[in-house]
Design a binder for this molecule. Sequence first.
Ligand SMILES: *Cc1c(COP(=O)(O)O)cnc(C)c1O
Length: 875
Amino acid sequence: MRAIRRFTVRTVLPPRLAGLAELVMNLRWSWHPPTLELFAAIDPLVWRAVRGDPVRLLGEVPPSRLAELAADEGFLRRLDHALEDLHAYLTGDRWYQTTAVDGPRAVAYFSPEYGITSVLPQYSGGLGILAGDHLKTASDLGIPLIGVGLLYRRGYFNQSLSRDGWQQERYPPIDPYGLPLELLTEADGSPVSIAIQLPEQRTLQARVWQARVGRVPLLLLDSDVEGNAPAERDVTDRLYGGGTDHRFRQELLLGVGGVRAVRAFCRITGHPEPEVYHMNEGHAGFLALERISELMQDAGLSFDEALEVVRASTVFTTHTPVPAGIDRFPRDLIERHLVAETDGPARDGLHILPADRVLALGAEAYPGGDPGVFNMAVLGLRVASRANGVSTLHGAVSRHMFAGLWPNFDPDDVPITSVTNGVHVPTWLAGEMRTLLETELAGPAGVDGAGEGIRWADAERLDDVRLWQVRNALRARLVVEARARLRESWRTRGATDSEMQWIDDALDPQVLTIGFARRVPSYKRLTLMLRNPERLRALLLHPRHPVQIVIAGKAHPADDAGKRLIQEVVKFADDPEVRHRIVFLPDYDMALAQLLIAGADVWLNNPLRPLEACGTSGMKAALNGVLNLSIRDGWWDEWFDGNNGWAIPSADGLPDDRRDDLEAHALYDIIESQVAPRFYDRGSDGLPTRWLEMIRHAIASLGPKVAATRMLREYLDRLYTPAACAHRAVTADDFAGARHLAAWKARILQAWPGVRVEHVAASGLADALEYGTRVPVRAVVALGGLDPSDVDVQVVYGRVDENDELVTPRSASLRPTDARDGLFGYEGEIVLDRTGPFGYSVRVLPRDTLLGVSAELGLVALPPPRESITSGDLR
Ligand SMILES: *Cc1c(COP(=O)(O)O)cnc(C)c1O
């Protein structure tokens, strides 16, 4: 019989244990080993059974055990200590409070998914894990972030396999009352309700759950509320499910509802209002529309003035190098939702926005763009004056990919920078490794719970014996866990006990172990290793240098091609001849990732370059002394130094089939001739000296770079703090700066067709000049009625390629000298500071002290074609 109503009965803790509830409700436990140990001590068996979920733990521990603990002095002391530690962590000054200058009072960080712990399955892959690591690291550093996202009733699916290796999906419903979440409520205790007006007089309502991620509040909007009609209730039903309309409504709720939730949160708690808004990928782009509408209503700004405020204070991070990965909505969907219906009962604040202006923000107004489409990445770039990719290579790829938005600019000048991702060290450093690094690499102030204070460079001196012990222990734990998971998987697939006896000896704790785990989109090439099955078999079964491979990964539920790849791997791994050396473990999640990225010896990554924007699992591996074997894509392109792992040469540009062949063979060759021999090369003491040498160097060279504290500091210094300062500049004196900037831009746009470089000349030029020569440069420009203070006239110079294109040139401003008949003279000089082919040109850019980047308006005036420039001395 079906219950007519469900509710959750919460455990009543004995008063002396009340502090446990507080510990459980702050997710800091997910990266704080002493608190996790305390939870385990409550009941080790139940702790294992609930897979590390402390809310379930408290629900399932018998009251008699709780009564016993309430009288256990030793336990109570540990509990009090853990609570004191949490309070100190939450209230004391951290790095930001003592060091940061001019930083934002608060940053609102928007992301469609968050990977904080496997207990909260609100992530599908790298994007979510990155968001979780970002929040945790901000908390550790004391950076005042507010996270904003959605609470998916079904989260991401659990994966299992059918008998014949086909991915099966299960969506266990999530009960927010059974998770470490609290409802955001008004002072009178009633839940905060967010509402967005939809077409056809419908309303989308949501309540707001708050997760405490250490010091960082995370607000999750949930549309599963009684006031909603069924269709609206389902808006937050699952992560990345459903069609275009569904996805659009999720993004509307995330962006628009998210800003409204932040306002409610700040009003109720007194938290400072954000000065900076960070969009982790384009899904939250609608937040800009909500902010423009707020500023128009509350401050009486025009659309353009409000847009200046929003641009100054918004940071946009793009994560995908493939156009197909970007959200694009039909224009009419935007129109229907953002244009007021005259007969609607309650107008939404969004409806005051001029529809044409809104549509223009997401228009693909460049060659090849689709006029019927509203593009969320384009929106992101137009509403954020600061944008970045997630590795150096991805930054360059993004500048090319979006170059159409800045016609007349070289891709190198497209204003998209990059901040390479990082990983949260306390989350991803395995216990044994943490102990080793804390004891051997601690600086004078020790290592704090956030991993701060590890002297990574000293890893070069780590003791071989201890390091090898740790590596062996981590591999052994992986083998034990893998066997347990394999047994569970085979049981699900319908095997009997007698069919599963081989699993007792599956994998070998002494054998070189390669890990490969990630989502299964085609560009990550899960099956590249199967390209030549006979060669793979030979590597697995090598008589002296065998390797074993542990694989995991989920295919998107709608991606049958991905599921076929998984099936291919499973079929190969089912073969009795090799099944003890290659296994597929279902249900890749953070918990399994933690096991794999620490327990493998080698972390394999073979994406199609340059489609991996960054990749972070290899960073987690590196922290644990696991060596990367990877295509030079994403972060590995940047930080592979020849000795801290291996690079698989990539055959970019060749047809896919040929490329797969070449890259697979390179992979087999490296494993056979470099990786395996090095691993099995043992000294008389049994130690793989050269292997350990490489590990020490990998930790020393990569540790400080991959740590997310490095990433957060970069975001702060290069994006958040400048955005906060820009926000202050445009909002001061009743938005005088925003009003000025909007009016100035309008004036510049109108006058720009009259801006021309009339004349350029350099003195003493010859076909060959000596290194170090100073060459005076003079330019004459027409300004179309603008004032010289409105523009920056620059000389651009440096090496030229065979087509006379300047390659990564430098630029310097020229000085205004004279004005005659509406023409303005400028002078300066260039120094020929490199040998070889050299060239220069001149350009005019708009300039204003409030302008974020000079390419912002997309305007530049260049000299006429070369032929018409007079060379030689004009004076
Ligand atoms: C780190 C992580 C990822 C990201 O992996 P990539 O290297 O970016 O492919 C995906 N899923 C989980 C569970 C992770 O922990």
